[in-house]
Design a protein around this ligand. Structure first.
Ligand code: PXL
Length: 278
């Protein structure tokens, strides 16, 4: 398997099984050297906890990036998730310009919204900045809500294939080379992922587990990136990530005390096996 060095830029939610505490173990398990740039440090994630602390690390980023540049550190891929501020998105674009190897992929999970709404920390200025980042990505992984914010298309809870097609096309038109649209279901007990790019469109349908879980977008994106950088096609990576995420949700279901994330760690061996299979 290739050994690649990836930089992932997202927050550290100290407790809550999301962002970097999910991305770092999953990418490492997939066999990637994983460098991190924390966008902010929060006591917990913002989806369900109240009174969380948040230290925005935007001001630290230029010096960190300058040090890496001086040390001639470069990356084989950059994967971004939940970012701390609008200005930070411009700094991330600078990092992509200066520290990413030529032709290396940028993968953007525009983690900012779900169920028709923006996360509490974000506003329309953040959405505008995220549009810039998403348009420069080789792969973007929005859910339907995020795709709507990025394209200006109205959010719908009930939709058909034409609506999903229009969303994917609008995202490609805005500049992203490949779109992995998550949480797309056409039957009550099913959900799935649409993979569009290179003039092709495919859909992987899988079981939908009635109760949604926090952090699954981060588990999904990290597993996708891990599989993709180990040489899987976008569709195979999307499928591996979907199967792993469903297994994590199933493994967590029934434990009401574990409402804040999914128990992804015990299932890492399963992900590693899927990524290693030729
Ligand atoms: O899982 C996305 C995420 C990441 N980081 C923080 C969040 C959320 C979702 O709410 O609050 C801080």
């Amino acid at each position: 398997m290739p050994y690649a060095k990836i930089l992932t830029i997202q927050d550290i939610s100290c407790v809550g099984q999301c962002s970097l505490t999910v991305a770092l173990p999953i990418l490492s398990a997939c066999g990637l050297e994983t460098a991190i740039l924390p966008s902010a440090v929060l006591s917990t994630h913002t989806a369900g906890f109240s009174g969380f602390t948040c230290r925005d690390l935007t001001d630290d980023i230029p010096a960190i990036a300058a040090h890496w540049l001086k040390e001639k550190i470069t990356f084989d891929a950059i994967y971004t998730g939940y970012l701390g501020s609008t200005h930070q998105i411009d700094l991330v674009l600078d990092i992509i310009r200066t520290l990413l190897k030529k032709d290396a992929p940028v993968i953007v999970d525009p983690a900012m919204a779900d169920y028709g709404k923006l996360y509490p920390a974000f506003d329309t200025a953040y959405v505008e900045a995220m549009k810039k980042l998403a348009s420069s990505a080789d792969f973007i992984l929005p859910n339907i809500t995020e795709a709507c914010f990025l394209t200006g298309i109205e959010y719908r809870e009930h939709y058909d294939r034409d609506y999903i097609d229009a969303l994917a096309k609008a995202l490609l038109k805005s500049g992203a080379k490949n779109v992995i649209l998550t949480g797309v279901g056409y039957a009550p007990d099913k959900t799935g992922v649409v993979v569009v790019g290179n003039g092709e469109s495919s859909y992987y349908e899988h079981r939908k587990i009635a109760k949604g879980c926090h952090g699954t977008g981060d588990v999904y994106a990290s597993a996708f990136v891990g599989a993709l950088l180990q040489g899987k096609s976008a569709f195979d990576a999307a499928k591996i990530a979907a199967d792993y995420t469903v297994a994590c949700i199933e493994h967590t279901q029934g434990d009401d005390a574990h409402w804040y994330g999914v128990k992804f760690e015990p299932l890492l061996p399963r992900l590693i096996q899927a990524v290693q299979n030729a």
